[in-house]
Design a binder for this molecule. Structure first.
Ligand code: CP
Length: 302
């Protein structure tokens, strides 16, 4: 497969292969082994048109631990500011022999457009409200690393689902693997026809959390909201903020996830984010191994 654009394109077997390949890189990602030469001679370009802490850094670390050359392209200090298009930018990067382009962009469909226009492999590192496939894959890896199987797993995805590319990719993957997915949030933040994706909709957080094995909190994406946020941040925090008491409604041993960055005190109470139930930093750590697996498989090195 040339590109990784969406989890709708992957089968359950494809997903298993990525998770198993990530397993084989876990020791390298955790620095027990320093580096492997799998991608020596390959070039990975990080092309991020939106801010990122976790995704950009972990792609860079993943590529370096596979011995690839890595270029972090910064649009704000490039000829993009003179009006050069995404496609022209990428074609120029490709002309310098980029094997894999990792793209983050504010427009849904940007990664697909780019993939059609270049011969390099393209990895979607988040395109607008559309998808964030590598985030969902590292989320699956984290769930699996806690000894949970996917068939029959009850997962509540809570919050600003309408603006969440993380939610969409997780819904595609989790339903494909046989999990029962609930989406929980105010009607203003849940897309109207989302039940067509095979999920159950809850507007009451306590009801949505009852008996779940995984609580996946989403960031309230203030930068993507319209002018008048409804409910207000204060109302939202009261009705949909995850507190320690609410975690107790889930199954004993349930885990709390969040893709980051977190708004402490808005969608999640600080003590919950830092609690033993929280696997938020495990998600970040696992991101390196999972992205190593993805880069390895896409480079053809395997
Ligand atoms: N989860 C995630 O995509 O985080 P960043 O925006 O920091 O990359």
């Amino acid at each position: 497969r040339k590109d990784l654009l969406s989890l709708t394109h992957l089968s359950a077997d494809d997903i298993s292969l990525i998770l198993e390949t990530a397993d084989s890189f876990k020791e390298v990602s955790g620095r027990e082994i320093k580096k492997v030469p799998a991608l020596r001679g390959k070039t990975v370009v990080n092309l991020f048109f939106e801010p990122s802490t976790r995704t950009r850094t972990s792609f860079e670390l993943a590529a370096k631990r596979l011995s690839a050359d890595v270029i972090n392209f910064s649009p704000s200090s490039s000829s993009v500011v003179k009006g050069e298009t995404l496609l022209d930018t990428a074609r120029n990067i490709e002309a310098m022999q980029a094997d894999i382009i990792v793209l983050r962009h504010s427009s849904a469909g940007a990664a697909e457009t780019l993939a059609r226009g270049v011969k390099s492999s393209v990895i979607n590192a988040g395109d607008g409200w559309h998808e964030h496939p590598t985030q969902a894959l590292l989320d699956l890896y984290t769930i699996r690393s806690r000894g949970m199987g996917f068939a029959g797993l009850r997962v509540a995805i809570v919050g600003d689902v309408a603006h969440s590319r993380v939610a969409r990719s997780n819904i595609f993957a989790l339903t494909k693997l046989g999990a029962e997915v609930r989406v929980v949030g105010p009607p203003t933040m849940i897309p109207l026809h989302i039940s067509q994706l095979g999920v159950r909709v809850y507007h009451n957080l306590d009801e949505g959390l009852r008996g779940v094995h995984v609580i996946m909190m989403l960031r309230l994406q203030l930068e993507r909201q319209g002018r008048a946020l409804f409910p207000t941040i204060r109302e939202y925090a009261r009705q949909y903020g995850l507190t320690g008491d609410r975690v107790k409604l889930a199954e004993p041993g349930a885990i709390v996830m969040h893709p980051g960055p977190i708004n402490r005190g808005v969608e999640i109470a600080p003590d919950v984010a830092d609690s033993l139930s929280s696997v938020i930093l495990d998600q970040v750590a696992n991101g390196v191994a999972v992205r190593m697996g993805i880069l390895y498989l896409m480079s053809g090195a395997g």
